[in-house]
Design a protein around this ligand. Structure first.
Ligand SMILES: *Cc1c(COP(=O)(O)O)cnc(C)c1O
Length: 398
């Protein structure tokens, strides 16, 4: 069976079939190649592979057939020429930065990105004279004002974590390009079935496959996507020589995850919307953050830019941190963990976990209230999730 042409099919067909290259054994599911190295038929072929005169596998730090199927499938789904799979989401961000930047370059990043991304930029890349300025995600004038002659990358996540703020990717791509910069979007929260940043002008897409692409909390992995010209030499060399390679076993698990991604994202979104609407109607809730809600500040933009609204819902309980902690401590069904994108629903207190590095003043400025709770809604019965939240909320408000 021939490989399928990504331009001919929709994202759901690609999620199930893109990248398949049967071995001749007649297997239906994708084969798992657990092998570190590959053999050559003779000395001349070995020489040709090393000289890059002949394409083919040499060593699984560079290429592996199972990892390649994952890369081709995710590239087809995002509408990218090239995907480079990495050992983790952070490995993807590091590989992209090392591949695309040099000492002296400058990054402008949204303030509302994954906490470890901020640590990577501030504590690691800064040592190599790559500086980062931070701006508010939806303040377009601030993005423009932060760009200097040295700026090479604009970096964001949308919707943001945990407040689900949505940024106009097209508008930020236009700002980036008018200053000769690249726009990098971490598409972890939406995945390509809900949002396709390349269609909106992004140059690079980052994934933590650990989250929704796996979707069942099993493996750690990531990916960098973009054009062949941008990633081919630059980012692939980081992987080849730096070693942030995805394991073939993990690639196989992620492939199975991609096959159900659309069904899962729609189910996450449906359950999350039901929880968000229910929370709005409860006593003792000051505010609910979810882009589907009509009073969300970027509701219209989210409707335009995304196919659905995703699985993350945040809310502020009255009574501050003490009430938020009481609520979390009385939860029975939700897992108390900062992870997200799992079939199991999770609950976390951002101010004292994912956002604990912020000063009280920074928390005030960025809306990380003491009573803020973030939910990642999974696939349990929504009635059970509501009952669990209701009972814990009643205890929290005593
Ligand atoms: C988890 C996460 C990452 C990092 O991914 P790992 O696979 O944990 O290294 C990056 N970006 C976002 C938005 C994340 O949620």
């Amino acid at each position: 069976m021939a490989k399928i042409d990504p331009d001919q099919y929709g994202v759901n067909t690609l999620a199930v079939r893109a990248g398949r290259q049967p071995t001749g054994e007649g297997e239906h599911s994708e084969p798992l190649f657990l092998t570190s190295s590959f053999v050559f038929k003779d000395a001349a072929q070995a020489a040709a592979r090393f000289a890059e005169d002949e394409p083919g596998n040499i060593y699984s730090r560079f290429t592996n057939p199972t990892v390649r199927i994952f890369e081709e499938r995710l590239a087809a789904m995002e509408g990218a020429e090239r995907c480079i799979a990495t050992s983790s989401g952070m490995g993807a961000i590091l590989s992209a930065c090392l591949g695309l930047l040099k000492a002296g370059d400058h990054i402008v990043s949204s303030r509302s990105v994954f906490g470890t991304t901020i640590n990577l930029l501030n504590k690691v890349l800064s040592k190599f004279d790559i500086a980062t300025s931070y701006v508010t995600l939806s303040d377009y004038a601030a993005w423009e004002a932060a760009i200097t002659g040295k700026t090479r990358l604009l970096y964001l996540e949308t919707p943001s974590n945990p407040l689900t703020e949505v940024a106009d990717i097209q508008r930020l791509a236009d700002i980036a390009h008018s200053h000769g910069c690249l726009l990098v979007v971490d598409n972890c929260f939406c995945t390509p079935v809900l949002q396709q940043p390349f269609r909106l002008g992004a140059d690079v897409v980052i994934h933590s496959a650990t989250k929704y692409l796996d979707g069942q909390g099993r493996c750690v992995g990531g990916a960098v996507l973009g054009s062949e010209q941008l990633l081919g030499e630059n980012v692939f060399n980081v992987l080849k020589y730096g070693g942030s390679t995805m394991s073939p076993f993990n690639a196989w698990v992620f492939l199975k995850g991609l096959e159900t991604l659309n069904l899962r994202m729609l189910a996450h979104s449906r359950n999350a919307a039901e929880i968000a609407h229910w929370l709005v109607a409860q006593e003792g809730i000051e505010k609910v953050y979810y882009p589907r809600l009509a009073d969300h500040p970027q509701h219209e933009l989210a409707v335009r830019q995304q196919k659905d609204f995703g699985g993350i819902v945040s809310f502020v309980v009255t009574g501050g941190q003490a009430a938020a902690w009481r609520l979390i401590d009385h939860i029975r069904l939700f897992s108390i963990t900062a992870n997200l994108g799992d079939s199991k629903s999770t609950i976390t207190h951002p101010a004292t976990t994912t956002h604990n590095r912020l000063t009280d003043e920074e928390k005030r400025q960025t809306g990380i209230a003491p009573g803020l709770i973030r939910l990642s809604i999974g696939h349990e019965d929504v009635s059970d999730l509501k009952n669990d939240l209701y009972r814990a909320l009643t205890k929290a408000l005593l």
